[in-house]
Design a protein. Structure first.
Ligand SMILES: Cc1cc2nc3c(=O)[nH]c(=O)nc-3n(C[C@H](O)[C@H](O)[C@H](O)COP(=O)(O)OP(=O)(O)OC[C@H]3O[C@@H](n4cnc5c(N)ncnc54)[C@H](O)[C@@H]3O)c2cc1C
Length: 392
């Protein structure tokens, strides 16, 4: 169901907000909700209207669910019909490894993200969708953010900004915390299809690894098949597009074909790279993918986003009473604790997956000794001890 705007552009621009959150994905929606619960006046802006699709494997690991629980939203995923995941099937060449998974669920981003925005609105957040934000100049009291809705423009004077605009947002472009782009970064691609293929079972994540990228598949709450992929850029052109390359990688990994996959309308992403040298600027905090993107594997991206959203709220709330660079340093430390230490695992896995021979050899070993993957999978999903509820 559509999440309606709770405010119009002009009223938003003439109101004094304690905190403006740009980006209503998991990190932004949860940060906004927690800030509102702390008694702050919060505006949540997103360029999309909700529900919206998002290129994503749609798997939420135990850590992500723990953040929701800590926020008092423990029933959210089950109330939306999330599917329990018990297996991960990884294939490369003719080899497939079948690994046990525990605690992860699959859930469409349309359902999850809309529910999080609704929870924020219920907590008192004002929501302004279909509005693009760009960072303007620094002012004496805070910062200027420019809002654009179609042809209409307004300027917003803000005290504190939470930048939760994801991997390709560009909100902070040209600012002191503009991110660097790695040339060899992959691009993301996704599509959700109605597919009867019995091979792709509910409760299993399928991951086909090829030399040019990987394709992940999972059944959603309504039984549609979510397909999300990360590809090297050149082979996309060579194969004739995102769909043809996905079909090719599935074939290479001996996964059953999905009818017309190469002819469907895929959603692509900008380069999957975002690395800022700092996760804060004056009066501004970066959170979620906007604070740094690392390729996720079994539900880490949203878990980091939710943990970040929870943790940033308390620090951002204190910044409303007056900016102090020490708050930025504090957010850097907390951010490192909440997400940084676990990201190296995904970085290592992502590098490994770029070497087809290594991937193939690993899957060959795991196909015979699946228990060898258990410590690794457990470590990725490990519950956080550092999540702060953000509520005084
Ligand atoms: C191929 C692929 C597969 C993935 N699979 C998984 C998975 O299975 N599990 C998992 O946990 N993670 C997965 N991820 C990662 C996950 O999607 C992200 O980590 C997560 O969505 C980050 O949340 P976020 O709130 O930081 O940003 P997002 O969810 O990206 O939200 C950002 C929001 O900001 C809005 N926005 C952007 N710019 C502006 C602007 N200038 N003005 C206003 N609004 C703006 C966008 O419209 C968007 O709604 C995957 C990612 C990819 C690419």
């Amino acid at each position: 169901m559509k999440v309606e705007a709770t405010i119009d552009l002009q009223t938003a621009a003439t109101t004094i907000w304690d905190v403006t959150v740009v980006g209503a994905g998991p990190s932004g929606a949860l940060a906004a909700r927690q800030l509102s619960q702390l008694g702050r006046r919060v505006l949540l802006v997103d360029k999309a209207s909700f529900p919206r699709t998002k290129v994503c494997g749609c798997c939420l690991n135990p850590r992500g669910q723990q953040s929701l629980q800590a926020a008092g939203l423990g029933n959210l995923v089950s109330s939306l019909g999330a599917v329990d995941i018990s297996r991960l099937k990884v294939g490369s060449g003719s080899r497939q490894a079948d690994l046990p998974l525990q605690g992860t669920v699959s859930l469409s981003r349309q359902a999850l993200d809309s529910a999080l925005v609704t929870a924020a609105v219920d907590a008192g957040v004002q929501f302004l969708p279909q509005t693009e934000a760009r960072l303007g100049a620094t002012s004496t009291d805070g910062r200027i953010v420019r809002l654009r809705q179609g042809k209409r423009h307004e300027e917003l004077q803000i005290r504190v900004l939470v930048a939760a605009d994801g991997v390709g947002g560009g909100l902070m472009k040209g600012s002191e915390v503009d991110s660097t782009v790695r040339e060899n970064s992959r691009v993301g691609a996704g599509i959700i299809v109605n597919c009867d293929a019995a091979h792709y079972r509910r409760g299993t994540i399928y991951m086909a690894c090829g030399g040019d990228g990987y394709v992940g598949l999972v059944r959603l709450e309504d039984n549609r098949l979510d397909i999300a992929a990360a590809f090297d850029r050149k082979p996309v052109k060579q194969a004739g597009g995102l769909g043809p390359l996905a079909a090719q990688i599935l074939r290479e990994a001996h996964f059953p074909e999905i009818p017309n996959l190469d002819r469907r309308q895929w959603q692509g992403t900008p380069l999957l790279t975002r690395q800022s040298h700092r996760v804060f600027a004056k009066n501004a905090f970066l959170v979620g993918d906007a604070a740094g993107y690392v390729e996720p594997f079994t539900g880490e991206g949203m878990a980091w986003a939710l943990a970040g959203g929870m943790s940033v709220a308390q620090i951002a709330s204190r910044a409303v009473d007056g900016w102090d660079p020490a708050l930025g340093e504090e957010w850097s430390r907390v951010h490192r604790q909440v997400v940084g230490r676990r990201q190296w695992l995904c970085r290592a896995l992502s590098r490994g997956l770029r070497h087809p021979r290594l991937t193939h050899a690993t899957i060959r070993v795991l196909s015979q000794f699946p228990f060898l993957a258990t410590p690794f999978i457990r470590s990725l999903a490990e519950t956080a001890t550092t999540i702060k509820s953000g509520i005084r």
